[in-house]
Write a new protein. Structure first.
Length: 80
């Protein structure tokens, strides 16, 4: 279900978003939503090239599995 949020932008930032939305012929809300999703995907998820490198590194996979088992067993020190 869609949610409505309030977003405070300074005039320069608003004008920048507004100009991009007009140039792309879409609503400002859609531009902001799409840009935010894209940014999160790029920051928090690995792309196919990164995943291939991870899957190809047997030593790294071994360490990740060991760390996962330790976390499930609640062993070790959790750093936040």
């Amino acid at each position: 279900m869609p949610r409505t949020i309030t977003l405070r932008l300074d005039d320069a930032t608003y004008q920048m978003f507004h100009a991009f939305a007009l140039a792309d012929n879409r609503p400002l809300s859609n531009l902001i939503e799409t840009a935010a999703k894209k940014h999160l995907e790029e920051c928090f998820f690995a792309d196919e090239a990164e995943m291939s490198a991870i899957r190809g590194d047997k030593q790294l996979l071994k360490k990740l599995k060991k760390g996962s088992r330790s976390a499930k067993a609640r062993r070790g020190k959790f750093v936040g």
